[in-house]
Design a protein around this ligand. Structure first.
Ligand code: ARG
Length: 498
């Protein structure tokens, strides 16, 4: 093939081996589009027909995606199988051709599975690697697989299949994590701990209630994924390059085989938008934000300064210099990995924002962030599904901490309200009582009745009953509140919902 400029013509470097072996002498340099050559036989490329020189090695290395999109091989084979069957159904392929294609694809799947498949960067991407291998394996019928199809609708289809499966995987993990939290919450419904606002001790709450708050976040994450799944579950195949195709494709048949709930309505949109991937990454990013918040609490709680929770040794690591250290690396890593997933979402949004209709090669860049968001979210959920059931809470320490920060001051104010004091006045009186106790370094219920009555003469001997931690907790019985009775009701509702 002649190179441009003054370089003397050289015989093609990548001439198919079998062909050159059959020839006595190397073929004279001819343009790739020479009449005696089938397009599929031009050196290395399935699209080589109109090209007069081979791709610059640097461009080939720069533009290949097979190094990362080979991960879509299963989806690609499943989608190609459905396409081939459909082509036979509508009479574009013979039954024999379709059968050969399906068998060939199955054999390729076995090779890939067994690590026997040779991926070639010069074939660009997963789609052309598989198609080229198919033709090598079954001959002429392989060259018909791409009839009525483009890589543009092909890759959009593969990706939607991928996102659908990723959603199903994350959904199962989220359900497992939520179930683990439900079990923990049941165990800790009566455990008193300090509730915080501004990370200052606020009011006593049930640890079970706190764990159910974590669970609620994950339940919504699951719902968000389910919602995103509906919009991902639409078949683009049949859109071809951008405009649809001249062949009488039966798109419903393909959708049915691939389990898609609907057909894309517009070919230009179907091949070009990746909003379903954005939605998936957004759901992953939010899910990671939730895991990161949970992680942050576990890291604090595992610190001896809190001492609320013990993480089993096998989920921690030590320090190479400080012998006493036991570090909460798992939650720290989850918190740290959150940035990657938020980054993936950002990458996809920016990838899309400047693209005119329809397909642009920019979209090839959707895969690394998408895969990374999926892998990271799945890995974090998996490790939490393992860790959560192992958490050991120090109930004594939790109770102590709840008693520390005048956490029942609101209960004293509510007590005064019940005795006829307007809330604002009650609030003021209790504030003074807290300052008095703090100056003496003691708790509210350590003050004598006489001392307490200095702040309000409505205070009577029954006050101590009302400012106990358990009483404070039990009194918060609004729907969704922290009273253990409400926590148990919430658990029952959660179990009913599943
Ligand atoms: N590897 C490409 C991608 O991931 C496949 C589609 C390429 N289409 C094209 N006309 N170059 O988006």
């Amino acid at each position: 093939m002649p190179r441009s400029g003054k370089t003397p013509p050289k015989p093609p470097r990548k001439a198919p081996a079998r062909r050159s072996a059959r020839r006595a002498a190397p073929a004279p340099p001819t343009p790739a589009a020479g009449p005696e050559r089938f397009p599929g036989e031009s050196p290395g490329k399935l699209w080589g027909g109109r090209f007069g020189e081979r791709t610059d090695a640097r461009v080939e290395a720069f533009s290949e995606s097979v190094s990362f999109d080979r991960r879509l091989w299963r989806q690609d084979i499943v989608a190609s199988t459905a396409h081939a069957r459909m082509l036979a159904k509508v009479g574009v392929l013979s039954l024999g051709e379709a059968a050969a294609i399906v068998e060939g694809l199955e054999a390729i799947a076995r090779d890939i599975e067994a690590g026997r498949f040779e991926w070639k960067a010069e074939l660009e991407d997963v789609h052309m690697n598989i198609e080229a291998a198919l033709t090598e394996r079954i001959g002429a019928a392989g060259k018909k697989l791409h009839t009525g199809r483009s890589r543009n609708d092909q890759v959009a289809t593969d990706l939607r299949l991928y996102v659908r499966e990723a959603i199903d995987e994350l959904t199962a993990l989220l359900e497992a994590a939520a179930a683990a939290l439900l079990t923990l919450a049941q165990r800790e419904a009566d455990t008193v701990m300090p509730g915080f606002t501004h990370l200052q001790i606020a009011q006593p709450v049930s640890l079970g209630h706190h764990l159910l708050a974590w669970r609620e976040m994950l339940v919504r994450d699951r719902a968000r994924l389910a919602d995103a799944r509906q919009r991902a579950n639409v078949l683009p195949l049949g859109s071809a390059a951008l405009a649809g195709t001249v062949y009488p494709l039966d798109r419903e048949f393909v959708a049915e085989q691939l389990g898609f709930a609907a057909l894309s309505e517009n070919s230009l949109d179907a091949v070009s938008d990746r909003d379903f991937a954005v939605e998936f990454c957004a759901a992953c990013a939010l899910l990671m934000v939730h895991l990161s918040r949970i992680s942050e609490e576990l890291i604090l709680w595992a610190s001896p300064l809190f001492g609320f929770v013990r993480l089993p040794d096998r989920f921690c690591t030590g320090s190479s210099i400080m012998p006493q250290k036991k570090n909460p690396d798992v939650p720290e890593l989850v918190r740290g990995k959150t940035g990657r997933v938020i980054g993936a979402l950002n990458a996809l949004l920016v990838l899309l924002k400047g693209q005119p209709l329809a397909y642009n090669r920019d979209n090839q860049e959707d895969k690394p962030p998408l895969f990374d968001a999926h892998d990271t979210a799945a890995a974090c959920l998996r490790v939490y599904v393992a860790l959560l059931p192992e958490l050991q809470f120090d109930r004594t320490r939790l109770r102590e901490a709840a008693a520390e920060g005048y956490s029942t001051a609101t209960d004293l104010a509510d007590y005064l309200v019940r005795k006829g004091v307007p809330f604002r006045d009650a609030h003021h009186a209790v504030g003074q009582a807290v300052a008095y106790a703090a100056a003496r370094g003691c708790a509210l219920d350590a003050l004598s009745l006489e001392e307490l009555r200095r702040f309000s003469d409505r205070i009577e001997a029954d006050v101590y009953e009302h400012i106990r931690l358990e009483a404070s907790l039990a009194a918060r019985r609004t729907y969704g509140g922290t009273a253990p009775e409400q926590v148990r009701a919430a658990i029952a509702r959660a179990r009913g919902r599943r």
